[in-house]
Design a protein around this ligand. Structure first.
Ligand code: DDH
Length: 310
């Protein structure tokens, strides 16, 4: 008799080691896949709503429609593909744990703080046809991986918008103004791709180094709207002069809103404080929507079909 892989048999330290080993990739972007893995972790969790407990990192629902084709997630299929060999090597780990662990490991591997992370997420399945009606009670919907409602797209931030929008999105997840500014410091890493978001460029000259440079350049440089030469791109901001760093409208909102700006100033001066606040906020982000007794309760779900948990 063959048994299905179980999360109890997973050596998470070994998974973390295997993730660290695949981060350098000379042929990809700036030579490291850490930034896009961090973005995957964040987008897997950033759908959470504290109002009804829906969304969040539990479930790894980005594998399915509608989340897989949310425009905000464009390009994250690449990140999910990068992690597939790790999933094959460690089949007992849930995708939800793998994606969030990859984000946490990448932050630290790129020079950032250690992120508190705990395993225990389960992968939810597309709803079986024979399932009983979904209860609207938060408790019962959260406890069964088949009945967890999949929210509509549109829960992630829209880079074209402003400070009010940032507050609507992040307060819904339970974050504060200070958390919003701390989490946005992840834009010290990585880049925008015209074929994914439509935006173009890097935020800092060291896109593989987790640092407080995002706040420093945001404060210190002069920014102007990009004048797209040959095509009409979205509104974005470019550094004045010969250097070519960029900012999204939502990044500029951190500078223009006085409550956000005071944290930008603090983090620009104090990298240690930024690291501590980021680790705390990112750790909480990765926990959004997580139910740690899900496996036990799933086993008692009356509609549980005879399938192997992946
Ligand atoms: Fe972001 N982000 N992000 N971001 N993000 C993009 C890239 C990266 C917004 C929009 C974009 C966070 C917050 C916001 C990272 C981490 C985090 C891109 C470019 C857009 C657009 C995508 C592309 O073209 O490939 C907006 C809007 C917000 C906001 O309103 C606050 C947060 C909270 C994080 C986090 O991790 C905590 C990272 C890393 C990248 C670089 C990805 C890459 O491929 O490189």
């Amino acid at each position: 008799m063959t048994s299905s892989p179980s999360s109890d048999t997973v050596n998470y330290a070994l998974v973390a080691q295997d993730i660290r080993a695949i981060l350098p990739r000379p042929s990809y972007d700036n030579g490291n896949i850490g930034p896009i893995l961090i973005r995957l972790a964040w987008h897997s969790a950033g759908t959470y709503s504290k109002l009804d407990g829906t969304g969040g990192s539990n479930g790894a629902t980005m594998r399915f429609e509608p989340e897989s084709s949310d425009a905000a997630n464009a390009g994250l299929d690449v990140a999910r593909g990068f992690l597939e060999p790790i999933k094959l090597k460690h089949p007992g780990i849930s995708y939800a744990d793998l994606w969030t662990l990859a984000g946490a490991v990448s932050v630290e591997a790129l020079g950032g703080p250690r992120i508190p992370w705990k395993h225990g997420r389960t992968d939810s399945m597309p709803m079986p046809e024979h399932h009983p009606p979904i209860s609207t009670s938060t408790n019962s919907t959260q406890k069964c991986p088949f009945t967890r409602p999949v929210p509509a797209n549109g829960r992630l931030p829209d880079a074209a918008l402003d400070a009010t929008h940032l507050r609507v999105i992040f307060y819904r997840m339970g974050f504060s103004d200070r958390d919003i500014v701390a989490l946005s410091g992840a834009h010290s890493l990585g880049m925008c791709h015209t074929d994914r978001s439509g935006y173009d460029g890097v935020w800092t000259h060291y896109p593989n180094e987790f640092s407080n440079r995002f706040y420093q350049v945001l404060l210190d440089l002069k920014w102007k709207k990009r004048d797209w030469d040959d095509w009409t791109g979205p509104e974005q901001y470019m550094e004045e002069g010969p250097e070519q760093l960029m900012m999204l409208p939502t990044d500029m909102a951190l500078l223009w809103d006085p409550h956000f700006k005071k944290y930008v100033q603090v983090y620009a001066r104090d990298q240690d404080l930024f690291f501590a606040d980021f680790a705390d906020a990112f750790g909480r982000l990765l926990e959004l929507g997580v139910v740690r007794d899900g496996r036990e309760v799933a086993a008692s779900c009356p509609a549980r079909p005879k399938v192997v948990f992946v």
